[in-house]
Design a protein. Sequence first.
Length: 598
Amino acid sequence: MYRRLLAADIGSTTTKTVLFEIQDGAWAMKGKAVSPTTVEAPHLDVMIGLRQALSKLEALTGIRLLDGARLITPAGEGLGVDIFVASSSAGGGLQMVVTGLMKEITAESAHRAALGAGAIVSDVIALDDPRSAIEKIDAIKRLRPDMVLVTGGTDGGNISEVAAIAEMVAMANPEPRFGQDFKTPVIFAGNVEARSFVEQLFKDQMELSFADNIRPMLEKEVLGPARHKIHDIFLEHVMMHAPGYSTLFAWADGHIKPTPVAVGDALRFVAGKFDGDLLAVDVGGATTDVFSVIDSEFYRTVSANLGMSYSMGNVLAEATPAMVLRWLPFEADENIVRNWNFNKMIRPTGLPHTFQELMLEQAVCKEALRLSLEHHKSLIRGLKGVRQQRGVGDIFRQAATGDTLVDMMEIKVMIGTGGALSYAPRRSQAAMILLDGLQPEGITHLYVDSWFLLPHMGVLMDIDKDVARELIEKETLIPLGTCIAPVGPQASPGRTIARVTVGGDTYDVVSGALQVIDLEDGGQGGIEVVPHREFDVGGGPGRPVSEKLPGGVTRLILDGRGRPLEFPKDVTSARRTVARWYHALGAYPSHTLKGLEV
């Protein structure tokens, strides 16, 4: 029987540690501490930052964890832990270059495989991209990726083009980022007929491994073997050469994963619990990650230039100031938005000092989510130009060729994490960001991972699924509410577009309005939603849907604003409309919306 668990996430900028303890037969979080990550010069040892975080955790909890430089194990009275697990994205995480013959066929599949394995894809090299061979070779050499994935060709097909793309990688022969005494790994997951040629090509240059062809046939995509190979090589070779990781591995007894992989494992469990598709977002300072679980398959994309501090200027450039201004219930112009944005980029750790600044920051976050979701949808799609075969489950549900696999009506759960969501002063603000930025459809349960515990849970699931399950349900996912958003034609404001029954009471979903229903008993009897004959909440136009509410949900959010959201063309009317939305959800104190007729 375990008594105490310790988990750490070694991030690019911060190292987060969490201590869990069993109390009265139930697991609970004992404390959390954070310290700067020390993977880069002058420290060059991730263990320095980890030990600093653990020293803070000792002071916070009163439990002794370290004996000098050693982790105390097993747990005793007032000291030590039974299990230590870790996840890491330090040093920028796993950075890869992927290659393929055609950018929208094999190279796109390679891109998906790398993202699903937790990588940041620095570049996608394809024979049909417009760069010259010299430019492609120079890009690979300059980027110095942790690993290169080479793909191309169907099994049994012509190998000449596969050989051409492999030769570019061999000629580049990039130096490893960490440690100069080993070769950069390259994985070949292309035409099996080309393996003998590829083996000769990379001999004495790069560390070659083979995985099953990701596109053995044009109409079939097989990503699993390549993902597993990427994961294994990253842990066994790349990370072991990073400063201090050999000690970290010893402490964790091998229970360590790349952070995005650990998050994916936890999200698969959550999606299975709800028996539906899932969407999760992690809004960082430099990047925004979007995760989805669709038909039990895990997908991930990284919007590498959309963040809430260092990359905020990119959000503004791509979304335009006008798109940010539409979320503000007060008078502002583009100069205010631009000046605030650039100040945030200069002082990335700064926090809003006024409610107007807070609204502005959260407006930018909504646009970062909207853009990142569009990027996610564009990558997570059916195979182009052919009838796709992804798995047995797709017999029952397939996207049209080349269309996105992300169906918002099928998303049952949305989870938000990252500073702007996790540390929002009010939970209703986090809910508002998810509602406006992602625009859920049908019936969707909203959560926030306020302590960023999902990576820890993903690693812990490999050791004890029951403990991980308990901590996910009790400590990790904080319910924000269940959103009911009928989808249909544009309706005149004030018209009833659906009726919701819960606990014997009935409520109308009204076109153009946002309403909140607080549930005293958590809606234990479940809900029934009957949409108007032109509107859909998941069962088809006009078809009622009954659903049991998950434990912990205490509010229903009736969103009759339509999809996509429409704003009045008159600026003053638009501000008043936004103010009414914020007031309905209780996102901000009433005095901040004064004079806007809410």
